[in-house]
Design a protein around this ligand. Structure first.
Ligand SMILES: [Zn+2]
Length: 180
């Protein structure tokens, strides 16, 4: 690998004053930090129903998911979640409320899901989806969901719907602590 600052060769070492191995340029000393990525998404709601998309891409082709993806530079978390919802489900959302923060340390990610209200009844699947549709909670395709983060978020949502209290939740999903 090469340095993003000068194109020089990178080596792996612990920089002075640091406690971790980093990729450091042998020519200019630039340090390439490798930090977790933020994935943002929505639970798009229409009354008691929520919108899921069926993935047209790998990984987990054909499974159902909440619209979510990597946050882009220069946007807010809420704007990123709304953008992903528009791209994957062709749906416009409003009133985004932070709902679920999930640490996924094994893959160096943090996932943030917002509860959001569908602006109108228009939605259509985007390029990354085979299908988009509204589900009542008792129709959710539990055996065909895409990722542990989506399963954990939907399980929490079902529990909160039963209690009538939607708070803000924090989970960790890892090899030693699977989705619950
Ligand atoms: Zn360099």
């Amino acid at each position: 690998m090469f340095c993003e600052a000068c194109g020089g060769r990178l080596t792996t070492k612990i920089p002075p004053g640091d406690g971790r191995l980093r990729a450091v340029c042998m020519a200019c000393g630039h340090i390439r930090y490798d930090n977790p990525k933020l994935v943002v998404g929505c639970i798009p709601l229409a009354g008691s129903r929520l919108l899921l998309c069926r993935r047209a891409i790998e990984p987990r082709y054909g499974t159902w998911t909440l619209p979510a993806g990597f946050m882009e530079n220069g946007e807010s978390t809420a704007a990123g979640a709304a953008r992903e919802t528009l791209e994957e489900a062709g749906a416009q959302v409003t009133d985004l409320v932070p709902y679920m923060l999930i640490d996924v340390p094994d893959v160096h990610q943090v996932h943030l899901f917002f509860r959001a209200t569908l602006l109108d009844s228009r939605f259509e699947c985007g390029d990354e989806s085979l299908e988009a549709r509204l589900f009542e909670e008792d129709e959710l395709p539990w055996n065909e969901l895409s990722f542990p983060t989506v399963i954990a978020t939907l399980r929490q949502h079902v529990r909160d719907r039963a209690s009538g209290q939607f708070g803000f939740h924090r989970h960790t999903i890892s090899r030693s602590a699977p989705a619950r």
